[in-house]
Ligand binder design. Structure first.
Ligand code: ADP
Length: 520
């Protein structure tokens, strides 16, 4: 049997490809960036063709770099950003640019649906989470109301995974994890929910693609797709799943109640479970990559993005310096020089509003208690610590409100490469932190392992626990506990005390931005 899997993690800023063997070992990596377009305030779109170009070019690069032969590739699989909408015509072409997860255009539609379903709390109990303007059903309603021509011509809509499967095989499908963010978690067992929901909203069910499991073989590469990727026609394509469910697999936290923390551009705390949790506090429940389990998903909008922000605003000269090959590594060195607690400086990492631990699109970041003695490095450390406080708050919600104890934090994503950040996270949360090999590629590795289950290499997801190995652990240092407990309590109070103010400021700010956009 062919030994390697080509797995793509198709994110927001670019696509990471890995060549993985069936034991989850990474043999080659490639990355291709692409653009996000912001045609209006709150809108975010991408060109589906850009995803495919990234996928096909990185596949070719993997083969060139590793000298692995096309005949050695057992399958292709995708882990993708979730919640995108690509309306497809009857000839299988996109009718407009993709409306991606970051796009918040459908707030009005989200509020209308929840009002009709007896308010957000009851809606969350039935559907698994409250809705916001970034969610799938409100976006489909937006399309029907604001672009009726496109909606009318739409034979089917696809998400990002579905689009790439379509480009690869010609099939129109959506995997269960992707489908669950549109029609609720329990759509398999409670089709009535799905029916009533869609009938009320007036979305034509015929526009939903065929549903498949993450582990299903959807088809083989078409001749055209194979030649663009440098692979053989007919190479199997496994459905894969959304990025968060795949990352859970790549973290190895795949057993009942196992949790992981993702620290990439965004961040989350996720738990895989056969319970069917329903969401509050911005926590959502979607389908996991394991067809028998759900995935509790508490997402913070900006984790590594906060480090990127401080790198771009405060470490510009260093980024231009040819001697500095990785600004994050340099920032890590600087952070380690500052005393834990950043001399009582607190940063709240809510640069783009937040989903969890507080579900609030108006909240923003604050440096609290900034004093003349604070240096640029205090601000830097405060940013690392602020994200850690936010994660602790989410972990508390997952443990106390959802009753999933998380004695150890298994961390993946680019942030897991940072030793001081992992030390801070362990100290702030009082928990052991574990990281895996290639943490920045955990999503793509997870997709590859999903495919390995689909190919029958492993009998089930539980057996993947032995495949993903921990390569570093950090134990919490009790000496820092009192400082961090004190600062964490203050951190939580920032939100309670300032939320009204954030709301007033940012409602006015968005109204002004919409007005000036409309004028131009
Ligand atoms: P995504 O795929 O969500 O865009 P990644 O998993 O690639 O994100 O992680 C990117 C983030 O990882 C960066 O924003 C940065 O915060 C963090 N990162 C990467 N390398 C390091 C490092 N050496 N030290 C600290 N953070 C790092």
């Amino acid at each position: 049997m062919a030994e390697y899997i080509v797995a793509h993690d198709v994110g927001t800023s670019g696509s990471k490809a890995v060549l993985v063997d069936t034991d989850g070992r990474v043999w080659g990596k490639a990355f291709a960036p692409y653009r996000v377009y912001y045609p209006r305030a709150d809108w975010a779109e991408q060109q589906p063709e850009d995803w495919w170009s990234a996928v096909s070019s990185t596949t070719r690069q993997l083969l060139e770099r590793t000298a692995v032969k096309p005949g050695d590739i057992a399958c292709v699989v995708y882990s993708t950003q979730m919640l995108g909408i690509i309306p497809m015509d009857s000839a299988g072409e996109p009718l407009r640019p993709a409306i991606i997860w970051l796009d918040n255009r459908a707030c009005d539609q989200a509020c209308r649906v929840m009002r009709r379903f007896a308010g957000p709390r009851i809606f969350a109990t039935v559907a698994g989470a409250t809705l916001c303007g970034k969610d799938g059903i409100p976006k489909l309603m937006w399309l029907r109301e604001e672009e009726p021509d496109t909606y009318g011509k739409m034979a089917s809509f696809l998400d990002v995974d579905g689009y790439l499967i379509h480009r690869s095989t010609g099939e129109m499908v959506m995997d269960w994890s992707g489908a669950s963010v549109f029609v609720g978690l329990d759509f398999k067992k409670r089709p009535w929910l799905h029916d009533i929901f869609l009938r009320y909203i007036g979305i034509d069910e015929g526009k939903f693609p065929r549903l498949v499991r993450s582990i299903d073989r959807v088809g083989g590469l078409t001749k055209e797709a194979a030649s663009q990727c440098g692979l053989l026609e007919g190479t199997p394509v496994i459905a894969g799943a959304g990025d968060a469910p795949c990352a859970a697999v790549g973290s190895g936290a795949v057993g009942e109640g196992d949790g992981h923390v993702y620290l990439g551009t965004s961040g989350w705390v996720g738990v895989v479970t056969s319970r069917m949790p329903t969401g509050t506090c911005g926590v959502a429940a979607v389908h996991s990559a394991d067809p028998d389990k759900a995935f509790l998903f508490a997402e913070t909008e900006t984790a590594g993005a906060c480090l990127q922000w401080i790198a771009d605003q405060f470490y510009r000269a260093e980024q231009r310096d040819p001697q500095v090959s990785n600004v994050f590594a340099l920032m890590d060195e600087k952070v380690a020089e500052v005393t834990p607690g950043s001399d009582y400086l607190i940063f709240t990492p809510w640069l783009y509003g937040e989903r969890a631990p507080v579900d609030d699109c108006y909240v923003r970041s604050t440096f609290l208690n900034l004093s003349a003695s604070h240096t640029r490095e205090h601000l830097l450390r405060a940013v690392y610590e602020g994200v850690a406080y936010n994660i602790r708050w989410i972990v508390e919600i997952v443990e106390d409100k959802f009753h999933f104890p998380l004695p150890v934090l298994r961390v993946i994503g680019g942030g897991a490469r940072s030793e001081p950040w992992m030390r801070i996270l362990a100290d702030v949360t009082h928990k052991r932190v574990e990281t895996v090999a290639d943490p920045q590629e955990a999503g793509a590795v997870g997709a590859a392992l999903v495919a390995a289950v689909g190919l029958g290499v492993y009998p089930d997801f539980e057996s993947l626990k032995r495949v993903v190995k921990v390569d570093r652990t950090v134990e919490p240092d009790a000496a820092n506990a009192a400082t961090y407990d004190f600062l964490f309590q203050s951190y939580k109070e920032v939100y309670g005390n300032l939320k009204g103010l954030y709301s007033r400021l940012n409602q006015r700010r968005s109204a002004e931005a919409s007005l000036s956009k409309a004028k131009s």
